[in-house]
Write a protein that binds this ligand. Structure first.
Ligand code: SF4
Length: 338
């Protein structure tokens, strides 16, 4: 069963300047994003910094309001709600319980004035999961044990813990309400390398035990490959390729994905007989994105149409979608020949 679906989702942030703070431009963080996620599925979202992946996560949980497009939420009974419109209070409450997010920086995501017990208890109380205070405290202890922490840590404050321990606390808080979807926004990027794998293993274990859907946002392709069933590759606010993880890694179709793959030493393109594609320069500014294909200023395969016409997504194989003129041209040629 589906949980979330987006259609033509856009998020533009206004830039204001001058004495009267007039809008002088927009940061176009998301441009026409279409995807869906179902129960138990893990979708990885990859791309360089500033490609819009964190904005997408925050827009899905309604930290940001979309500029245009829709986000459809399928509640546990299968009823369909457009969450970009005002939600009834009861539906809003179910949505907030069902879709949780873990943030990049565990130093900022926990209130320093609250004890760990109160931090984890807060959503449990809000959603009235238990009738008695003792039952809630027992559940908090159970959650702390589940994420590999001493259950007596509930009396302490966030500053008493390391980054890895704080991320474990944030995970305990977000899984406390048994969400159907957990959005993990670069959950290990602020942590020491030595604890990154522990947090990844913990997330995998939680997913196995609870059959939760995950959206795993990261700039680390290797990590996303090991976590995800399907991968979306983002560039300048656009999804340029979407496919099962093995297809992305074995036969990347978009020149940008090919360049990202070529940059991973453990996925050496020579050994794997993939094209060795160089990624040169920096991504253009999302304030003034290029016309046509957003990747054309950096693409070694660009041709005339690339700088004027934005490519539509085409299916390169079942479940494998790529937005590049090369594939649309190839399909046209194949049709002519057949
Ligand atoms: Fe390169 Fe053109 Fe494909 Fe864009 S549409 S990725 S510029 S070949």
């Amino acid at each position: 069963m589906k949980i979330l679906q987006t259609q033509n989702l856009k998020k533009h942030f206004p830039i204001r300047s001058g004495v009267f703070l007039q809008i002088t431009g927009y940061v176009k963080a998301l441009e026409k994003v279409d995807f869906e996620i179902s129960e138990g599925e893990t979708i990885g979202i990859v791309g360089e910094s500033g490609c819009g992946k964190s904005t997408l996560g925050k827009t899905l949980v309604k930290i940001y309001e979309p500029t245009a497009g829709s986000i459809t939420y399928f509640d546990p009974t299968g009823k369909v709600h457009d969450i970009t419109k005002g939600l009834r209070k009861d539906v809003r409450s179910i949505f907030r319980k069902d879709v949780q997010m873990i943030f990049q920086n565990p130093y900022d995501s926990l209130d320093p004035r609250m004890t760990i017990r109160d931090i984890i208890r807060e959503p449990i109380e809000t959603h009235r999961l238990f009738n008695t205070s003792q039952a809630m405290d027992d559940y908090v202890r159970e959650l702390l044990t589940k994420v590999g922490l001493d259950p007596d840590y509930g009396k302490r404050y966030p500053h008493e813990f390391s980054g890895g321990q704080r991320q474990r606390i944030a995970i305990a808080r977000s899984i406390s309400v048994k969400p159907r979807l957990l959005i993990c926004d670069e959950p290990t990027s602020a942590l020491d390398v030595s604890v990154q794998s522990q947090i990844i293993n913990l997330l995998k274990q939680i997913q196995r035990e609870n059959q939760m859907a995950f959206i795993f946002i990261s700039h680390n392709l290797d990590l996303v490959y090991h976590m995800s069933d399907r991968i979306l590759v983002m560039y300048l606010g656009n999804i340029v390729e979407s496919a099962p993880s093995t297809a992305i890694f074995d036969s990347p179709a978009h020149p940008y994905t090919q360049a990202l793959m070529s940059a991973i030493p453990s996925w050496n393109p020579t050994e794997r007989k993939l094209k060795d594609v160089k990624l040169e320069g920096e991504p253009p500014s999302p304030i003034n994105p290029p016309h046509g294909c957003p990747f054309h200023p950096r693409c070694q395969y660009r041709f005339d149409a690339c700088s004027t016409v934005k490519p539509d997504p085409v299916m390169v194989s079942p479940g494998h979608i790529c937005a590049c003129h090369l594939h649309a041209e190839k399909q046209k040629d194949e049709k002519i020949v057949s």
